[in-house]
Ligand binder design. Structure first.
Ligand SMILES: Cc1cc2nc3c(=O)[nH]c(=O)nc-3n(C[C@H](O)[C@H](O)[C@H](O)COP(=O)(O)O)c2cc1C
Length: 177
């Protein structure tokens, strides 16, 4: 079941219409406030590390810097399958790697990372956002899953499984839905 999950997530990172392409990331900073947001799954590396892009000035980065454990949720409405994960986040530090990736991003998508004002700044008009073009706020996040739960709602029995990463690889059990 877990192998299927990573295979499907890999497909989702390549197919624009795949239900797992958009996922939800919840984070918690030092003050205990929780935030969640939609993200795009960009890649699955070595079969199990998930990759996403963001603006390093965004609030999620403050949270990640304070506490780098997050919860991720993927939902497929076609199969009624929910995947939840506890993951650690690593932020790309290698400037060359960031530059290399930045160059692959189409211009129409670059605007997501080049607003002159930091994300969350109050503005007069959403059609009048100022941009600069250096791309220096673009960054890459890597999610390293530690625990994964899969729940599929179906007849006659729902299926729920829980996996934990151990020194011997992933170990899983079925649990009551
Ligand atoms: C369809 C959709 C896709 C999104 N993809 C991303 C993404 O890949 N990376 C990202 O940082 N924000 C993405 N966002 C915006 C976030 O959901 C969020 O609003 C923004 O990053 C600010 O979050 P924060 O203040 O918690 O850091 C997306 C939003 C939507 C609606």
């Amino acid at each position: 079941m877990l192998n299927n999950v990573f295979t499907e997530l890999t497909e989702a990172s390549k197919e624009k219409k795949h239900p797992y392409r958009y996922f939800f990331m919840s984070s918690c900073g030092l003050n205990g406030h929780i935030r969640q947001r939609t993200m795009v799954l960009r890649d699955v590396i070595d079969g199990q590390f998930l990759q996403a892009y963001t603006d390093r000035r965004s609030k999620k980065m403050t949270h990640i810097n304070e506490h780098n454990e997050v919860s991720l949720l993927f939902f497929n409405p076609e199969t009624l399958t929910q995947i939840t994960m506890v993951a650690y986040v690593e932020v790309e530090k290698d400037k060359e790697e960031l530059q290399k990736k930045w160059e692959t991003i189409p211009d129409y998508s670059k605007i997501d990372y080049i607003a002159s004002d930091i994300p969350g700044t109050i503005i007069d008009n959403p059609n009048n956002i100022k941009y600069n073009d250096h791309g220096g706020n673009f960054t890459i996040l890597y999610f390293i899953p530690e625990k994964i739960e899969i729940l599929q709602i179906k007849r006659p029995n729902h299926i729920r499984a829980s996996y934990e990463k151990t020194n011997f690889g992933w170990e899983g059990v079925y649990i009551t839905p």
